[in-house]
Write a protein that binds this ligand. Structure first.
Ligand code: FAD
Length: 381
């Protein structure tokens, strides 16, 4: 067989898988529908939060510890800068999911953190105007990744270590032999054979993995860049953290420092609020004025300067599961196929470790990383 592994989809996850596989000496071919680090899927928009005190579930923490190590290794191997640590503030009412979950994760895993009251938050980070009763978990180790640079670095490293990466070449069909070894993938340009297949198709997974019947829903999301009232100085990365802010009604929004310096805007977005179900073909890529107004209105309840003018807005897609946990597994009846899907709007910070896990699954049939939370059979009726 010409290749050991075919990687279908070279976005956030697939670029990392191709890198890990090639570094281990596997003969890899990667197939990507668009160009390198494109903006048509889920891995664009110049920033992605990374944090350790994980309110979604404490089981993510060991994976995050490894993810940080691997991003640092990627920087050392490629000379690229992908990760910036700014500290992170998870703020809301004490009982909010963001605050209570982050504190539970930090305690369970003994993570260094501080719990700040609203007066402390205002004093440390004057851009915030938290209401009475707002508290925040602050951790030093949080920050942001630049997704385009991370994908680019994984792709360059994959190519430098021997992967054959093919862009503008969508896979049209794939099949896995019933023997448990061997796969065939057809594209518009040809047919590829390999012993293993890794499917990392992002928002195309509901189609590419249709026969598995995974409960995946693709959702349109919007990222906004605001010119903050009063200027960007209070938002520069040396004095302003990444944050997630939960309002009393449960609406969550999150944002970043002014990473591009003056005069660039600061990025803010809702976390799973006003999601519109779509497909990569039907998504409305236009951002409407009423959406911009709503973002400025909600955002300014925690950070008054976010009432400023919106200078840019862009859409992106989440691919969500019912419990918002990932799907990472071998296909039960076709163990030569490894798949990763349903990152539910919080996957980018895991790309490096997911690359390692999928390389383990494809080459060894197992991984020592804890991935029980991500088993697809949890959806079985
Ligand atoms: C607005 C927004 C904000 C987010 N913020 C955060 C955050 O702060 N922190 C965080 O950790 N996560 C965040 N996420 C989530 C994170 O970005 C995603 O979970 C992650 O990027 C998903 O990576 P992926 O590889 O699954 O998808 P993608 O990067 O979209 O990659 C899938 C790839 O497969 C290719 N493909 C599909 N079908 C085919 C085919 N048939 N043939 C060839 N190629 C194919 C696609 O072209 C694409 O390149 C955010 C997502 C969005 C949209």
């Amino acid at each position: 067989m010409a290749h050991d592994v075919i990687v279908l989809g070279l976005g956030g996850m697939g670029s990392a898988v191709a890198c890990h596989l090639a570094e281990r000496g596997a003969r890899v071919v990667g197939l990507e529908r668009f160009g390198p680090a494109h903006d048509q899927g889920s891995s664009h928009g110049r920033s992605r939060i990374i944090r350790l005190a994980y309110f979604e579930h404490p089981d993510y923490v060991p994976l995050l510890v490894r993810a940080y190590e691997l991003f640092e290794k990627l920087e050392a191997d490629t000379g690229a800068r992908v990760l910036t640590l700014t500290g992170g503030l998870m703020a809301g009412r004490e009982r909010s999911a963001v605050v209570s979950g982050s504190i539970a994760s930090a305690r369970e895993h003994d993570l260094p953190h501080e719990v700040l009251g609203s007066a402390d938050i205002r004093q440390r980070f004057p851009a915030f105007d938290p209401g009475e009763g707002v508290v925040g978990l602050y951790e030093d180790s949080a920050g942001f990744l630049v997704p385009e640079d991370t994908v680019g670095a994984h792709l360059r490293r994959a190519a430098a270590t021997g992967a054959d990466l093919r862009f503008e070449e969508p896979a049209l069909a794939w099949s896995a032999h019933a023997s448990g070894d061997g796969v065939t993938v057809t594209t518009a340009r040809g047919t590829y054979e390999a012993s293993r297949l890794v499917v990392t198709a992002g928002s195309w997974a509901p189609v590419v993995l249709e026969e598995l019947g995974l409960p995946l829903v693709v959702e349109r999301q919007v990222m906004y860049w605001i010119d903050p009232i009063g200027g960007v100085e209070p938002f520069l990365p040396d004095r302003f953290p990444i944050y997630i802010y939960e309002l009393p009604d449960g609406v969550q929004f999150y944002g970043f420092p002014a990473q591009d310096g003056p005069p660039g805007g600061i990025k803010v977005a809702f976390f799973r609020h006003n999601s519109v179900v779509c497909t990569p073909e039907t998504i409305d890529r236009t951002v409407h004025q009423r959406e911009i107004d709503e973002m400025r209105e909600f955002g300014s309840r925690g950070i008054p300067a976010l009432a400023g003018e919106c200078i840019e807005a862009k859409t992106c897609m989440y691919t969500s599961t019912p419990d918002e946990h990932f799907v990472i597994a071998l296909q039960p009846d076709r163990p030569q196929v490894a798949l990763a899907a349903g990152f539910s709007g919080h996957g980018f910070k895991f790309t490096s470790v997911v690359g390692e896990i999928l390389a383990d699954l494809a080459l060894d049939g197992k991984t020592s990383h804890p991935i029980g939370l991500f088993a697809p059979d949890r959806f079985a009726p």
